[in-house]
Design a protein. Structure first.
Length: 407
């Protein structure tokens, strides 16, 4: 994994700060997205490791180094040489992999000798590297006329030359050939933004459009969860498949489970003073239910928000919502008529208010009828449906929704 900018990059309109780690986290997000794509290719029984043996590793198959970088991949670039150096480590079991991949957003430099790398034989690749480390080629790559700081340029050249000498040392030639037999370079890889868009296009067609962003965020959150990191950051085929199943079940275009609602966030939007003049609120106040007013308003917003989101994603049609509303209005009217029979002969306003409040609480505590067949329909949603109905003024006053148990 690498950062997206060279060392002298600056933020627009601001002085560079030595402790700005924004680009590091962007690079980590990029690495996680690449890891997700490798997870899709896992077969049953396989797993993927992050960071343990390099950026992304599928034991027995592939080890990939991931670079999110903006400049060109030139002959002397550290991304090329340092990656090979890592694979030459004495404890790295390179022969256990079928392929070693350098995946970078960089494009090949205009004059680089690396352009034909993937079609070259291992011997040809070695010859390319020997040409690069030849003194004339080193000078050409490191002593650029465009370098504004001669001292910095010399230091960079010295570091690059030292890295190349390490890789090309005769005592590592056998190990180097093992690397060259397996090494593939993927250049011009999609940017972070492009990769996110491509993931949504390729994998999220069954997901409701408004939930695609949340799906990706939760999947990346799973990949980088503390539990996995503490467990040596290994993702199994089963764990990844289970997480995909869970998210798809929750956010699919035609869900079977009632969608998650952030009730805490919606609660913060409720303003008691704005609620009181509303018709549904007046009907609660008239039976002495002031203490339940804010809760009722919250439930109403839960219902409105859920229906709006499902409409937006094409999951619902008006006829489906109208049927659910109509069913609850009919059930409520019969329930109210029954409760009013129990109040026959009661004339005391306080007693009628108390019985009406009991009726209100009983109705809110009833078992919930699934909304459009969705499992685990929230009581808050169903109760919100009551308050939506109580907000309406029908043409026929006999169809109006009331909590009071008097005419």
């Amino acid at each position: 994994m690498d950062t997206t900018q060279p060392e002298n990059a600056t933020l627009p309109g601001a002085a560079p700060l030595p402790f700005d780690a924004t680009l590091l986290f962007k690079a980590l997000q990029y690495q996680l997205l690449v890891a997700v794509e490798y997870c899709y290719d896992l077969a049953p029984g396989e797993c993927m490791w992050l960071e343990a043996m390099g950026d992304v590793t599928v034991p027995g198959k592939t080890q990939a180094e991931v670079k999110l970088y903006t400049d060109s991949l030139t002959d002397s670039h550290a991304n090329f040489w340092n990656t090979i150096k890592n694979w030459l480590h004495e404890n790295f079991e390179r022969t256990s992999f079928k392929s070693l991949v350098l995946l970078t957003t960089q494009k090949f430099g205009a004059l680089t000798l690396l352009k034909g790398w993937n079609t070259a034989t291992p011997a040809d690749r070695l010859a390319i590297m020997e040409s690069i480390v030849a003194p004339s080629q080193v000078d050409a790559n490191t002593n650029s006329k465009d370098e504004p700081d001669a001292e910095a340029s010399a230091a960079k050249a010295s570091k690059s030359k030292s890295l190349q000498q390490y890789v090309m040392a005769p005592e590592r030639r056998d190990a180097l050939m093992e690397v060259l037999e397996r090494m593939h370079i993927t250049t011009g890889a999609d940017s972070l933004e492009q990769r996110l868009q491509n993931y949504e296009t390729r994998h999220l067609k069954p997901i409701r459009p408004s939930k695609c962003k949340q799906f990706i965020e939760e999947l990346l959150g799973f990949i980088s969860s503390p539990q996995l990191v503490i467990g040596r950051w290994v993702i199994t085929h089963k764990a990844f498949t289970d997480k995909l199943s869970e998210l798809t079940h929750r956010y699919m275009k035609h869900p079977r489970t009632f969608p998650a609602v952030d009730v805490k966030a919606l609660k913060k939007t409720i303003n008691a003073e704005e609620i009181r003049p509303m018709l549904f609120a007046q009907k609660i106040v008239e039976i002495g239910g002031e203490t339940h007013l804010k809760e009722a308003a919250l439930h109403r917003v839960v219902a409105q928000t859920t229906i709006s989101d499902l409409y937006t994603d094409g999951v619902l049609f008006k006829s489906m919502v109208d049927l659910y509303l109509g069913n609850h209005l009919t059930q409520h009217r019969y329930g109210r008529a029954l409760a009013m029979l129990g109040c026959a002969g009661v004339t005391c306003p306080a007693a009628l208010g108390t019985r009406s409040m009991m009726f209100y609480l009983e109705r809110n505590a009833l078992a919930v009828e699934p909304f459009c067949g969705l499992e685990n329909t929230m009581p808050e949603f169903r109760n919100g449906i009551y308050h939506i109905l109580a907000s309406e003024e029908p043409e026929d006053e006999d169809d109006e929704f009331h909590w009071r148990l008097w005419k």
